[in-house]
Design a protein around this ligand. Sequence first.
Ligand code: NAD
Length: 337
Amino acid sequence: MLQVGVNGYGTIGKRVADAITAQPDMELAGVAKTRPNFEAEQAVKNGYPLFAAVPERVPRFEEAGIDLAGEVEALVDRSDVVVDATPSGIGAENKELYDAHGTPALYQGGEDAELVDASFNARSNFSEAVGRDHVRVVSCNTTGLSRLVAPIEETFGIEKVRATLVRRGGDPSQSSRGPINDVLPDPISLPSHHGPDVKTIFPDLAIDTLGLKVPATLTHTHSVNVSLAGEASAAEVRETLEDESRLFVISEGSGIEGSGALKEFALDAGRPRGDLWENCIWGESIAVAGSDLYLFQAIGQESDVVPENVDAVRAVAGTDDAETSIERTNDALGMGF
Ligand code: NAD
């Protein structure tokens, strides 16, 4: 059993902790939190060993009556792999801690690509993370684009990708984020950082991305145009995408017309927190004009990276190949609608 620790128990960390717990070959060594809030209480209720991420704050947990299993160093020490899910930039500060204990670490998309030995997307470049000590699971947007690019590139070839990313202003719990009543080109100057980030997975891909931020919390939405290298019909593209386990092609007539209905659909399907682990591609939007493919996809920003973190654990631990790991993760989580 692989012992996996999660340092940083917020939006991503708590979802990764639950996903690790669901895997038959992994045990959650514990989670580390900075403060004794409702998430800390829930972690203890779930039976997750809770560690103080900041040693000086141990008394705050004691005052709140929340039992600790120790401090973060002990968690790192008992883990075969640590998943760092702290806010952007804190992972870089934690790297020394992981090195000091010889514990391989996964970081999230908020960290710089230069911090790590490899950036990771399970479908696209699993083998590059095998046996590495520092691996970055790329951001929600980059994960969504990589999953889409991989099968299109393999089946039809790609001349160029152009994607406009309509990004949610914040996650539902991020009350300090905006915009509240605005539409922001973000960044105003082109390209956005997402294209270069996709190139950490596909170094030779021609890709330009534009970004906007809108007053929404449910999902990101991508408007994608791919200039194909080979011939393809919309039906052939659709068939290729439908064969992918982490791409969900929304069928016509389902009545899922936007992010709100998608979330409702996921909740009705019994998904924890209404999470969307797959890219959600509107089938009706898949169109080919000449050699240009067009489509819309929604990306569950809080959840698409969760199965990727699980696979990245197996990659750095060297326990499974890509295909086996993806299948195990999908089965354990219950992926696929
Ligand atoms: P979050 O703020 O929801 O959670 C981060 C958690 O880490 C919080 O509980 C915070 O208290 C805790 N923390 C702060 N400092 C810490 C420290 N020194 N040690 C341990 N824990 C500490 O953030 P998030 O949205 O989960 O983002 C985490 C990472 O995942 C970032 O790199 C982010 O860019 C990336 N990411 C976020 C999303 C998203 O949409 N939320 C999607 C993909 C990737």
